[in-house]
Design a protein around this ligand. Structure first.
Ligand SMILES: Nc1nc2c(ncn2[C@@H]2O[C@H](COP(=O)(O)OP(=O)(O)OP(=O)(O)O)[C@@H](O)[C@H]2O)c(=O)[nH]1
Length: 216
């Protein structure tokens, strides 16, 4: 009897250990280690799936490409560890304002991508403006010389795009949001701008520097 009890206990313990281990592995494979947001591979896969699913359902998908403004200066002035903290905070702000079916992922050094299924252009602009405002209101603080705490102003720029009759693929969506981001940056930063067909990059006029690849 005692033997059976021990055997059951051992099997249950082993099953729990395996479950816990697998959960940890899954988490590591889809998360960005610095920001704890989703990683590049996961967020682009989610984008592809959302666009495929929602195009057939005749719903729209919106995306936001978020880039921290003047981040080189932030790093240079306050140090890389402080910059890393800013990246983490931006991801947290994203998680605070998004719905459960929306996701935020880090797709580059200081760039994030949010995927918003079943959200139209007007709603997405509203969400993006909330994001910009939340970052503006956030008190980023650092300790300088181990004594004086400094408050640091950090802002983000956001480019937005939404699926339409002519914008049907995730690649089109991403290129358009990137063009809108370019305009947000060149028109003063700290703002959210929606893609319009008249938008181009200043020098190239037609091609994006960006592409959708899955390296993390
Ligand atoms: N702390 C930290 N910095 C990073 C990380 N990845 C990239 N960066 C920094 O992000 C900075 C990006 O600089 P730029 O591409 O010049 O852009 P920017 O200074 O934000 O200028 P704008 O985009 O015009 O607002 C570089 O200095 C990178 O070193 C990271 O993981 N942690």
């Amino acid at each position: 009897m005692a033997f059976i009890f021990l055997l059951v206990f051992f099997l249950l313990f082993f099953a729990y250990f395996q479950w816990h281990h697998n959960k940890k592995l899954t988490r590591l494979s889809i998360r960005d280690t610095l920001s704890n947001s989703f990683n590049r591979r996961y967020v682009f896969n989610y984008l592809h799936k959302s666009v495929d699913a929602n195009y057939s359902e005749k719903n729209t998908v919106s995306i936001m490409v978020i880039d921290i403004d003047d981040f080189k200066q932030v790093n240079d002035k306050y140090g890389h560890p402080f910059g890393d903290g800013v990246i983490r905070t931006i991801a947290e702000i994203g998680n605070e304002i998004l719905r459960t079916e929306d996701i935020i992922g880090r797709v580059g050094g200081e760039e994030f991508l949010c995927v918003l299924p079943r959200i139209d252009a007007v709603q997405s602009l509203h969400i993006a403006r909330r994001f910009v405002n939340k970052v503006n209101e956030h008190k980023f603080t650092t300790e300088a010389n181990h004594s004086k705490i400094q408050q640091v102003k950090v802002t983000v720029s956001i480019g937005l795009s939404t699926t339409s009759k002519t914008t049907r693929t995730s690649s089109q969506l991403y290129v358009q949001a990137d063009k809108a981001l370019y305009h947000a940056k060149s028109s003063g930063k700290n703002r959210a701008i929606q893609y319009q067909d008249s938008m181009q990059y200043a020098n190239s006029g037609n091609t994006s520097k960006k592409s959708i690849t899955f390296e993390d």
